[in-house]
Each structure stands twice: as structure tokens, then as C-alpha cells.
Design a protein around this ligand. Sequence first.
Ligand code: SF4
Length: 909
Amino acid sequence: MTTNRQIPRLVPGGELTSYPPPDLWDDWVEWDAKAWPERKENRYRLVPTTCFNCESACGLLAYVDKDTGEIRRFEGNPAHPGSRGRNCAKGPATINQVNDPERILYPMRRQGKRGSGEWERVTWEEALADIGGRIGKAIREDRHDEIMYHVGRPGEDGFMDRTLKAWGVDGHNSHTNICSSGARLGYAMWSGHDRPSPDFANARFILLLSAHLETGHYFNPHAQRIMEAKRSGAKLCAIDPRLSNTASMSDYWLSTWPGTEAGLFLAIARLLLEWDAIDHRFVRRWVNWEKSLEKRFPDKDRTYESFIEGLQETYADYTPEWAAEECGISVDQVIEVAREIADAGHRFASHTWRSTGSGNLGGWQAARTLQFLHVLTGSVGTKGGLSPSAWGKFSPEHWNMPPPHSRWNQLSWPIEYALAHHEMSFLLPHFLKQGRGKLDVYFTRVYNPIWTNPDGFSWLEVLTNEEMIGLHVALTPTWSETAWYADYVLPMGVAAERHDTHSYETHAAQWLGFRQPVLRVAGERDGKTFHRTYEANPGEVWEETEFWFDLSWHIDPDGSLGIREWFESPNDPSRPVSVDEYYGWMFENSVPGLPEAADKEGLSPLGYMRKYGAFEVAKDVYEVHERPPADPRNGVSIDGELKTGFKSPSKKLEWYSETMDDWGWGDEAIPTYLESHVHWRDMDLGGNERILLPTFRLPTLIHTRSGNAKYLYEISHGHPLWVNPVDADALGFETGEMVRITTDIGWFVMRAWRTEGIRPGVVAASHHMGRWRQEDKAGNERWSSALVNIDQLGDGVWRLRQVKGIEPFESDDPDSSRIWWRDPGVNQNLAFPVHPDPISGMHAWHQRVTLTAAQEGDQYGDVVVDTAKSTRVFEKWLEMTKPGPGPDGTRRPLWLDRPVKPTPDAYRF
Ligand code: SF4
């Protein structure tokens, strides 16, 4: 047995040995730095878990003090294949979330009027009985569509799919259409896979259509691999109107006009075609060129060469000169980046997430045209190239999975948005106001739509209307602007306080991570037993795995609805399944290689996952489309051989999408360029109009959950409006001066910051800040929020006004009295109308705004909105849709993915 004293902390050459070896994780000893010069030992039990502070699901190691039983800190888990022991600032800040003196520790029920801020503590049993009874009644009365689960930060993949199928409820709603569904649709129309998985570490040229290195999807796992590639000589191009940290690290920064990026990619495609930098073998084998010829070039010969000729003709007008003019960059930049892509060939990797795909009407074509470059160069599935997401993500099976239901909830999947990649979540207030339905039980799960979504005052209006929403249950680890309008606030665990499995496409491999309640696991290693996780967590903070198991029992206590059976213990049907039984089954039966790896260490598969927190299922996953299909009925014949192919209807990569054509979008059925709703030529740039980019992230803040992380707020606590000096001079703004920013439905007031880090004509503000609370000591975290008044100035006219900014306060944490930052920022989203893209369903975040100096009476942080105007904008964008049913009488193409997918008969309109 080794001890950590025998392990050199420095290896020859001076590098740190970074991590305690796993065989010492049960008794890790460190000298207490603060006790120096006394030699005082601290003994720790190290328990792995998974970070919850973005979607990357990096591994964490919790250091549990063996003397006090408390978690002292979090570091990276070296056994995690995605993050490899590394984290961004948000991972270690989990300790702030655990120890937050303002956190919600017990279940609470509203007293008085909804939103009045009066609460009483209740037991978990009372909450479960009330909520479960109400859901059970709705199901018995065939009001299934009145139950909705609306998720912000998801937990375990497939868990709610399983739960809602067991209930027979089509009630899943997500945040995806304010996040990523634009890009998802662009990718899905090629291959059926809705996300990219770049092999950054092995790439020669990396193109990022977002601030990816610092804040992108799979931020830390991707960033570390991008830096590896750079060290090996890869070049990096960032396309962003803003000089992000990523752009500052890049070889090429292309500051394009927002929404013009698809035009740039088509110009690059044209150059690739002109230079014949095409992988013809790949295109001939894997693109649906025969169908494309038939539908788009019917007069041409049915040969591959004719298809290439058709492409050349289709994109002939996208010259470098045209792109330079349209995108606002130089001709040389267009040609140089095209050359890099051509030279990189199979080792060309890229990513786009949020950014332009989420900012613009038609933004989904940015992903569609970017993928086109991979198709032409054959960098699909290659080492150093780009794979579909599913190849790099491992999806375990769930124990006792119920069959799909046959229902269709039109509040989430309306007939107007047949191709929308996810639920039309941000239109819910408008649908409720239109009388399309109502909700009896509405769960918001780590979701804060009043603050996060556009048009937050319309959310406020429906959340305070008990006719529209009967019972609002907020499942949340922290206070939020939306939880304020709940009937139950149920405290849910942070990364160290719950079970979940996760897997994401961080690189060309597959892994499964296991989040676990650290104090429960540490206690069990000490011989303690727990009936439920909240017995080990702070207060009565619970975990959702057990919450949903127990709630399902309360919905169907006698089993007569056929729900309880899905949640009964396989060993004792008189009690709910336990987490050990549930995950034990998963790890034993559905993770290839895990039982064998566990056996080698004398552990059960569950014991292995509890010890290491992650397992690598497959390495070096490339060219899955070329493999023989697992089921011959699902293969595609390529040059006479049966191959796995892709998930599209043709199992090939679809340059021409027959689905889009069939559903009325023939002009958009190929990679093409669509002008944005904020196209620069339509703006009065000589006057006061500018394009507002409200989507960029600060790398050290978490969407709506930074407020309880003091480390993070100490780093990031300013919220200026980025304005180029050219615009600032033209408009007469100096740094620090207040600016009124007027949208189509209202206005808000921020302070200007003159910076050359943004292109002229465009202004920008991070989407992270502007938190508020309506009572001084309740409703949100005082580390981060302003105290505000929300007043109704007239029918539908709302004003949010700050009473005071961030101030020090007394609490159990002495740091709260040392707060030195003051700016809570400004919530801009309240003043944005909904902009649902008629095809992808994505909210187009960018805004056409008018900038003026603040007017008399304006105060910093003021937001004023007229929700009647919001309704009119919603109706205007709704007119752009082409409502279904589709040609076969269905609500949506059956082959497109959707969460909690129902049976095919539910698709019939
Ligand atoms: S990138 Fe940062 S916030 Fe995201 S999971 Fe990893 S450590 Fe956590």
C-alpha cells in the first residue's frame, strides 16, 4: 500500500503531479497550509462526481474532511475521459453553491397571493402528496396535457423521457429553442444528427463560429483539445462580430456582419469547387446526389459530374468579392480561410453553437452551410474532422423502460412549427393567452423563464394567472426570478448532492460520467445508511432521481393507473426502486466493458462507478457510417456494400432535403443564404439604429445559477454595452454614460463601454447579468442581484426599476460582508419580443435597436415593456409559418427526433 507521502509532488523537470492516485482516495492526507509552521495533517475522503454548472459534465473530485464530515473543496477528476482532471472556474465554484448561506434548504409552499413572497416550510411528504394527488386527478380525468415539465439545465439523459412515458404524458418542454435549435436543425437536415462532434485535438484547421474556446458547448473539454491542436501547429479561425477571448487567441478573426455567415461559407464552398478541393470519392459515395439531381437539376444527365456542375452553377454568384461586401470583411480573408480549409482536407474541424444560429432569422442555415464545407472536403467522421454528435456520446439503457405514449401536446408542438427542432417553449405565454390550452401542474426545473427567455413580462402575466397555470412547482437549487412565482419551491441538489449519468460528444470517443451525492457516498463508505439522499445533504435538499420515483408513487399509490409498476423495486415491489437498484441495473446491463473492468478490481459495476465517477466506453471513434450496420434492415448500400450510414431518410448526407420541400420549404431545402431580420442593409446605421448582440457569455458565469457562487461573481461583475468608438463618436457616448436602448416592445438603460472589440454598427451585452429580487432578504442571491420594484404603469405596461445594487450583507459566511462589487447588470431579455424562426423554431435573439442618451428620469437598469406590443410581434412572426399537416397528414416528419417521442399514430393530425 502506498501513502501519499511517497508520491513526489514534483516530477523531474518540475511538473506537478496533479492528482492523488485513486487507491488513496479513501484516505488522502495533506498538510494544512494555513497551520504552517505547525505540521498539521488534514485527512480527506475523495469522492468523484460530475459538475452541474454547464452541459460539459466534467468530472469533479470532492474533498470530504474526515474529521468534520464536510466538503472542503472540489478539484478535477483525473479518471474522467472528457475533462481529464481539468475544470474551468465554474467547477471548483461548486463549493460556493454547497455552502451558500442564502440557499433554499427545505421545501416551501406559497402563502397568500402568488408572487407575494410569503412562504411556509412543508415536509417532503406533504409536498409529494399534494402535487402527486393533483397530477393523479388530472390523469384520471384525461387531462394529461395539463401536466408539463419544463427543463432549463437537464439532468440525466433519458430520465424524464422514462418518467413521462410511464405517466403517459406528452409534457416535456425544454429550453432548446432559446438556445441551440437553430444550429441543430441545420445539422439534422444533412444527417439526422443534430449536433457536431469535432475531433479538435487532431485537426489542422479549426473554424469556430462562436466564442467557443472560452464559453462554447463542451467548453473545458473542447478548449483543452483546441489548445493541444494549436500546440501541434493547427490554425484557428474565430468568426464573431465581437473580439471574444477566443478571437484574441485565433490566427484569423473574421468580424462579420451578424447573420451573414452562411454567405461566407457558400463563398468558401464556391472556391473549393473552383479549386476542385473536393473529396470526390466521399461526395459520390455519401451525398444524396442522385435525388438532388432529380429534384434540383432535372434537365441534367444523371451523372455525378452533372451534380458537381449543378453545385458550381448554384453557387456561382457567391464570389469572394460578393462575400466580402456582404459580410463586411476583406476578399483576402475569404480566400485565405478557404485555402486553409482546402489544405486541411480531412483534418478540418469546426463548431457552431448559439452564436449566429441562435441570433438570426434563418440562422440555422449557418450550420447547414458550415457542414457543407465538411461534406465537400470529406472531413466527416475523419481523424481531425467532424463527426455527428451521436458517435461521441454514449446513451445507456434505463431500467424497466416504459413504451411510448400516443399523445401530442399542442402547447409545445404546435402545428405551425412542424419542423421546429424542439418544443416551442418560449411561446408558451402567448399560446396560453390565445386559449390553446391551460396547465394544471407546471414544473420548472432549474429553469428561469422570466429572466432567461425573451418577453419575460408576458411570462410574469401568465405565471400570476391561476386560471392559466393552476400549480407551479419550481425544482431549483437556488432562488430565481421565476421561483418567486411558484406555489412550491422544492430545493434540488447541486453537483455534489444528486445522482445523474451523463455523456457528451467531447472528442472522438464515448464515455459515461456518474454524478453522485458526495456526503451520502462518503457516509456509506463510513458504514452509515440512508433511506433518501436528503438525509445526507444540507438541510433537506433532495435529488430528483428519488423525487420522481416517490412522486410517481404518490400519483398512483394503489397502482390502478398502471404508473406505479414502473417505479417498483425489482426486489420488493411494495417499495419504490432505490437508486442502487436503478443505477446498478444500468451499469451491469447496458455499459459495454464496465462489468469486466469492475470485475478486475473486485468491484461491482456500480461500485466501480462510485469509485471512479466515469468510464470510457470506446476510444478513437471514427467513420461509423462506413461500418456494417448492426441491423441489416437499417443499412444503406454503398458501391454494393451494406453500410451503417447516417440517420437521414436516405441514410446519406442530404444536400437537397426532400423533407423540407415536402413541407413547403423548397427554396430553403439546400444549403443557401437567408437574410437575417437584422440585416445591416436594412438598418439606419447613419442614424441611431444598430444591431444588438445579446447572446454572448462570460466564461466564468453560469446561465442562471452564478448568483450563489461568490468566487465567480468576484471575477465577473460588470455589464457594459460594448460600443465601437466609431459609433460612440457618432452617437455622442462616452464610457460610463447611460444609454437608452429601444427595442420593438420597450427599452432598457445600460452604460456604454467604448471598445474596438466590436465592429462598428453592432453593439453587444452579455446575457449573464441583470439578476433581481423583489424583497431585500429573499427571492434571490444578494451576491449578485439588485433589489427592484416591478410596477404596472398601465394595461400591459411594466417597469422594472432598481432600488439598490449589490451591497455587503451579514450572513454565516464572513465573505458576504466583504463584497466590493456593486453592479448587478441589466436584464435586457425582458425588452425583447419573441422572434420564432418559422422553420427551426429558434428564437432569433439579435435585435434591431435604437440608441439614444438616457432621457430625463431614466435610471440605470430600468426596463420598460408593453406586452400588448409583444403580442403583436408574436402574431407577425407567426404569419411567416407554413402550418402543417404535412403531405402525409402528419404534424411533423416522423424521422426527425423529438424528446419523449410518441407512437407514430400520435403524429396524425
Ligand atoms: S466546462 Fe466548467 S462549468 Fe462546464 S462542466 Fe466543465 S468545469 Fe463545469
